[in-house]
Design a protein around this ligand. Structure first.
Ligand SMILES: Cc1ncc(COP(=O)(O)O)c(C=O)c1O
Length: 445
């Protein structure tokens, strides 16, 4: 095999590449088809190999010539921003485009900070977040991420960012049980704001439905309403990171709409370009926009590729495909079907500790003991085994990132297929998963 010149994330592994894709399948160079149960990493929403994207690019590529976003705009950017605002819960919002979810969250952190500066509250800069949250891999977004395995070696570079416990009822970090807990984990936000000094706190950032660190944990009813009350009480902005759980993934366009709450800033990414172009967005609510308009009028931020016309062109086509095919509406019924077959399949597997999620975002947590929920020892690499056996069977699964049991093991996989998935494909996916878990359980005997 020829030596690779790519600096891969794992230099000891051989990375396969695919020859093509079609709907929910990826096809390797030998023609073998793999069911993409995760849309890569909750990215692909419209399916692989969609010709309309190629046609839109070939027709529009001239008008999508690069222009610098600090000097010029494009009709693609204008159009896409209008479409996103039309489906958002943020009122007369505005959209700042970027290339990926980390950039979108970096933008949200800076937007929140500048919001306070515009209003004369220059002491507000701290961003409170949650353990087991993930917001990106740049230094600021890693600082607000609560994933120790990705933070530890960069710790000297990270900014101070207070963390509260996540609303993870299965392994409640406060040892409580809902509803008797009275939403104690949300109240931690208030205590943390008070301890830090409200005049120093800029924002609270959270994934409405927890994504890759714990795979699809859905907070209980009332959780975000309490978070919103606390933020309002202390003049703290609420940033909903919907990079993974947004853009239709959970059955509503924005996952926060499952609660009766309006955030101040929403970030989206992944599905926005569906993997056909790097594209993400920071969406500012009317309240945030007004502070800028009544203040300096200028956002001190930007990248070379902010609002890239070619990416926005793709974003428009993805949006139109979603609208034409009713894909946002399709997620809820398909998600209910997925949940029912997953739960049924799980009944015959003693390593499954939890099946959870909403819409086409599901998570399966594996445990050594179903009664005590004791996780497998980390060094066993249980999830890696599941992913490897599944791949041998033609099923691509996304391994949840290690440590859902608060950095002491905790195995889980995420399921987040393209929205075009059919019931027959869900059956095939769950059947392959069933066979995979049977083989892994046999290996453990
Ligand atoms: C919730 C969430 N926020 C932010 C990011 C970072 O996005 P990106 O990898 O596109 O920079 C991710 C990526 O997985 C994510 O899941």
């Amino acid at each position: 095999m020829m030596k690779s010149s790519v600096f891969y994330r794992d230099l000891n592994r051989v990375y396969e590449s695919f020859a093509g894709g079609e709907g929910c399948y990826l096809i390797d160079r030998e023609g073998r088809r793999y069911l993409d149960a995760c849309g890569g990493v909750a990215v692909n929403v419209i399916g692989h190999g969609v010709e309309r994207i190629a046609e839109a690019l070939s027709k529009g590529i001239g008008a999508a010539s690069y222009v610098y976003g600090a000097a010029f705009s494009s009709t693609y950017q204008e159009e896409l921003a209008r479409k996103l605002v039309s489906v958002s819960p943020l009122g007369d919002a505005k959209v700042f485009f970027s290339s990926g979810g980390s950039e979108a969250n970096e933008g949200a952190i800076k937007m929140a900070r500048q919001y306070h500066v515009e209003r004369g509250e220059i002491g507000r800069w701290k961003v409170i977040s949650r353990w087991l949250g993930y917001h990106g891999n740049t230094m600021a977004t890693l600082s607000v991420s609560g994933r120790p395995s990705w933070r530890t070696i960069y710790d000297p570079y990270l900014m101070r960012s207070p963390k509260i416990d996540p609303p993870y009822c299965l392994r409640c970090p406060l040892g409580m049980v809902y509803p008797r807990c009275g939403l104690a984990c949300a109240d931690e936000l208030e205590r943390t704001i008070l301890m830090e000094g409200p005049e120093t706190v800029s924002a609270f950032i959270a994934e409405p439905i927890l994504g890759t660190s714990v795979s699809a944990v859905v907070p209980v009813p009332g959780y975000y309403e309490r978070i919103r009350e606390i933020c309002d009480r202390y003049g703290v902005l609420f940033i909903a990171d919907e990079v993974l759980c947004g853009y239709g993934r959970t059955g509503k366009v924005f996952a926060i709409e499952h609660w009766d709450v309006q955030p101040d800033i929403i970030t989206i990414g992944k599905g926005l370009g569906s993997g056909y172009a790097p594209l993400a967005a920071t969406m500012a609510s009317e309240k945030v926009v007004e502070a800028f308009e009544q203040g300096s009028g200028r956002f001190v931020h930007g990248f070379t590729f902010s609002g890239l016309p070619a990416s926005c062109l793709v974003g428009n086509e993805v949006f139109d495909i979603i609208s034409d095919q009713g894909l946002f509406e399709r997620v809820e019924p398909m998600g209910e079907y997925l949940a029912s077959v997953l739960r049924h399949m799980a009944e015959s597997h003693k390593i499954v500790g939890d099946v959870r999620g909403l819409g086409l975002l599901a998570g399966i947590e594996f445990v050594a003991d179903q009664e005590s929920l004791e996780p497998f020892p980390e060094q066993m690499g249980l999830t890696e085994r599941v992913v490897r056996v599944a791949e041998e069977k033609g099923l691509l699964l996304r391994q949840g990132t290690s440590g859902s049991n608060f950095n002491q093991g905790g195995d889980h996989v995420q399921i987040s297929p393209p929205y075009v998935i059919s019931e027959a494909e869900i059956d095939e996916m769950v059947d392959l998963l069933d066979q995979t878990l049977t083989d892994v359980e046999e290996e453990l005997l």
